[in-house]
Design a protein around this ligand. Structure first.
Ligand SMILES: Cc1cc2nc3c(=O)[nH]c(=O)nc-3n(C[C@H](O)[C@H](O)[C@H](O)COP(=O)(O)O)c2cc1C
Length: 327
C-alpha cells in the first residue's frame, strides 16, 4: 500500500510533523510504503487562474506540482492531509497545493476523465489548533472534503485535536497513540487481502501502463497493481494516453518505473510480461504469464486502439482467474 503524507506546517519540530510521523510509522508497521511532502520546503506557487487546466487539463505553472506532486497524488493509494489550523483553515503553503489541484478537478469535472485510482484511493485528515472553539475544524473539514473529491479520494476519516499550541503539545496528548492506531488499522484493513499483479514490458510506456490502468478500472480495491519496464522510457507514450482518453480513462501524470523498483514495492504474486522476454527476471514462487502482444510504440493510433482493446479483454479474464482463485 502506498501512502502519501502532505505535511502543511512550516515548523520543523512542530505538532503536525509529530502527528503525521506517528501515523506513517504505524502504517509502516502494517507494511505500507510511505512518502512525505513537507509542503513548506517545496516550490509551489499559488493558482493564477489561467484556466488552462479547464480547457487542456494541465497547469502551465512550472514548479514542484508539475515536476513531482501531481504524479505522487495519482500514484498514492491513500493521501494523509496533515495541517495546523491557521485562521480556521489550513496554512497558506498547503492551501497553495490544494488550489493547484484544480487541475485534477478540471480533468474530472470539465474534461470528464476518470482517474482509475479513484476506485480505491482514501483520504484522511489530521488537524490540530490552539483554541478549543467548537467550530475550530469545520472550515478545514470542508476544504478537505472538496480536496479529496478533486484528487479522487474517498474522505474516510479524520483526527482533530484542539488545545495544541506549543511544540511538544501533541506528543504529550494522552490518547494520540491509541487514536492513530485505530485510524491506521481501519485504513489498512480496507486494503488487506488484495492480490498483487505486476505488468511488465520493455519501456513501461504503453502496454504495461494500459494493463495496469484497466486492472484498476475493473478490479478497484480487490487487486494491487503496478506496471514497470526493463528499460523504462522517460515518460508514458502520448499516443497511449490519447487512446486511453478515448475510453474516458485518465492516464495523465503517470510515470514510468524500473522493473526492480516495481518488484520491490509490490512484492507481486503474479507477473504478466509483454515483450520484455528474458530481461524479466525469474522470481521463485511468483506466477508468470506472457502475453504475446506487439509493441505499439511508433505505430498508428489505430494499432494503439487495437492493442488497447486486446489488453482490456485479457485484463478482464485475468481478474476473473485471480479473484476466482485459479491463479
Ligand atoms: C498564523 C497563525 C494562525 C493561527 N490560527 C489559529 C486559529 O485560527 N485557531 C487556532 O486554534 N489556532 C491557530 N493557530 C495556532 C496553531 O494552530 C497551533 O499553534 C498549532 O499547534 C501549530 O501547529 P504546528 O506546531 O504543527 O505548526 C494559528 C497559528 C498561526 C501561526
Amino acid at each position: 500500500m502506498r501512502i502519501l503524507g502532505l505535511q502543511g506546517s512550516p515548523r520543523k519540530k512542530g505538532n503536525t510533523r509529530f502527528l503525521l510521523d506517528l501515523f506513517l510509522e504505524k502504517a509502516q508497521e502494517h507494511g505500507a510504503h510511505t512518502r512525505v511532502v513537507h509542503v513548506d520546503e517545496r516550490h509551489i506557487l499559488p493558482c493564477k487562474e489561467y484556466t488552462v487546466c479547464e480547457k487542456k487539463g494541465f497547469c502551465p505553472i512550472d514548479d514542484d506540482m508539475k515536476k513531482e506532486i501531481y504524479a505522487l497524488l495519482r500514484e498514492a493509494e491513500a493521501v494523509i492531509l496533515a495541517t495546523p489550523i491557521f485562521f480556521y483553515n489550513t496554512t497558506a503553503q498547503l492551501k497553495a497545493l490544494i488550489d493547484r489541484c484544480q487541475t485534477l478537478w478540471a480533468r474530472k469535472y470539465k474534461l470528464h476523465l476518470t482517474d482509475p485510482g479513484q476506485k480505491y484511493r482514501k483520504g484522511v485528515l489530521l488537524a490540530l489548533g490552539a483554541t478549543k472553539g467548537t467550530n475550530l475544524f469545520e472550515g478545514m473539514k470542508l476544504t478537505a472534503k472538496y480536496f479529496f473529491d478533486a484528487i479522487g479520494a474517498d474522505f474516510s476519516g479524520s483526527l482533530t485535536y484542539p488545545r495544541i499550541e506549543h511544540p511538544g503539545d501533541m506528543e504529550k496528548h494522552p490518547t494520540v497513540h491509541e487514536d492513530v492506531k485505530t485510524v491506521v488499522q481501519s485504513l489498512v484493513s480496507d486494503f488487506a487481502g488484495r492480490r498483487r499483479i505486476l505488468f511488465a514490458c520493455r519501456e513501461n510506456a504503453c502496454r504495461s501502463q494500459m494493463a495496469a490502468a484497466f486492472t484498476q478500472c475493473h478490479a478497484g480495491d480487490k487487486i494491487a497493481v503496478i506496471s514497470a519496464g526493463t528499460r523504462p522510457a522517460p515518460a508514458p507514450d502520448p499516443m497511449m494516453i490519447r487512446a486511453m482518453q478515448e475510453k474516458g480513462i485518465d492516464m495523465g501524470f503517470r510515470k514510468t518505473r524500473q522493473l526492480d523498483d516495481g518488484i520491490e514495492s509490490l512484492n507481486p504474486e503474479v507477473i504478466v510480461t509483454m515483450g520484455c522476454g528474458e530481461e524479466c527476471p525469474f522470481l521463485p514462487g511468483v506466477m508468470r504469464q506472457d502475453w504475446d502482444l506487439p509493441d505499439p510504440v511508433g505505430q498508428s493510433l489505430d494499432v494503439m486502439r487495437e492493442i488497447r482493446d486486446k489488453i482490456e479483454k485479457r485484463v478482464i479474464s485475468l481478474i476473473k482467474e485471480v479473484s476466482g482463485g485459479i491463479l
